[in-house]
Ligand binder design. Structure first.
Ligand code: AMP
Ligand code: ZN
Ligand code: FE
Ligand code: FE
Length: 279
């Protein structure tokens, strides 16, 4: 029997998406999703707002987060599902990451000035999601001001990983990100692997508690998905998937492009039950 479709990777304007949590849930309803996971970068306050709207519209909301780690200069993103997001120390940690992001954005703007691009913090603050400021906001401002023709060009020429105006965020190792998710009883999943291509670290991350791989993603080709499905099977990891929708933050609305069966949510819930039992 068809159980319904879900999107396990969605951003709201509490990080660098452009839709409010309510708008995000409305979109999910319109597209026929049974459930979506709210996975803002370093931010948790979109979850309750989405859950409230979800209750009204009959869309189940899975609490989540997306953390950034670094490995051999590559940005590794770790998703955490069913995290206990009310945990005080965890909330403090996310606030610390967001404060660091504001300082980092100031440093990126300084770098851009070396290229005769003068953007100011006030303009950037108008685009930002609540307390969160990221490169996608800077890319959108660069485009709005006519310094680049596309978001891709902004990343390619200036702010993409290790491009001339790149400044890293607080450096966490992938293991630490996984441990952090586990400490708040969440399920750690390696996000959009094909974009980072650091497959070599998977066995070590599995040892440290990694439980899933995001096999399906808007930027994964069918071939990428087949490849990561095999890796997931080899390590007995959960195969998840999501659109990584940022509202209009990436130019187009990605929700609807990728979905997985609600069966994946049932498996996540089973893992969560096991984590909650370990005390
Ligand atoms: P940050 O967490 O501030 O470093 O920004 C990461 C955000 O930038 C994520 O939403 C990424 O998907 C986005 N991003 C990174 N590289 C690119 C790129 N080349 N084109 C478009 N978006 C990108
Ligand atoms: Zn993002
Ligand atoms: Fe990501
Ligand atoms: Fe994401």
């Amino acid at each position: 029997m068809e159980k319904g479709k879900v999107d396990l990777h969605v951003h709201t304007n509490f990080s660098d998406g452009t839709f409010t949590p309510a708008q995000t849930v409305e979109k999910a309803k319109e597209l026929g999703f049974r459930a979506i996971a709210i996975t803002d970068h370093d931010a948790l306050d979109g979850i309750d707002a989405a859950a409230q709207e979800g209750k009204k519209l009959g869309v189940e909301i899975i609490p989540g987060v997306e953390l950034t780690a670094y490995y051999n200069k590559a940005e590794i993103h770790i998703l955490g599902y069913y995290i206990d997001y009310k945990t005080q120390w965890f909330r403090k940690k996310m606030e610390e990451f967001c404060r660091d992001r504001i300082k980092r954005a100031e440093r990126i703007l300084e770098k851009l000035r070396e290229y005769d691009i003068d953007l100011n913090m006030e303009e950037l603050q108008l685009l930002k999601g609540h307390g969160f400021l990221g490169r996608l906001h800077i890319a959108n401002l660069l485009k709005m001001k006519g310094h680049v023709k596309s978001l891709g060009e902004a990343f390619e020429r200036f702010i993409g990983d290790y491009k001339p105006c790149y400044i890293p965020k607080i450096a966490m190792a992938p293991r630490e990100a996984i441990e952090m998710v586990l400490k708040v009883k969440g399920i750690p999943v390696f996000a959009h692997q094909a974009l980072t291509q650091r497959d070599g670290i998977i066995p070590d991350l599995v040892k440290h508690g990694l439980m899933g791989i995001e096999v399906y993603h808007s930027e994964h080709s069918a071939q990428n998905s087949r490849y990561y499905q095999k890796i997931a099977q080899k390590h007995n990891l959960l195969e998840t998937g999501g659109s990584d929708c940022h509202g209009l933050g990436k130019g187009e609305v990605l929700m609807g492009k990728v979905s997985v069966s609600y069966e994946v949510v049932e498996k996540l819930k089973e893992l969560k039950r096991k984590l909650d039992e370990q005390r």
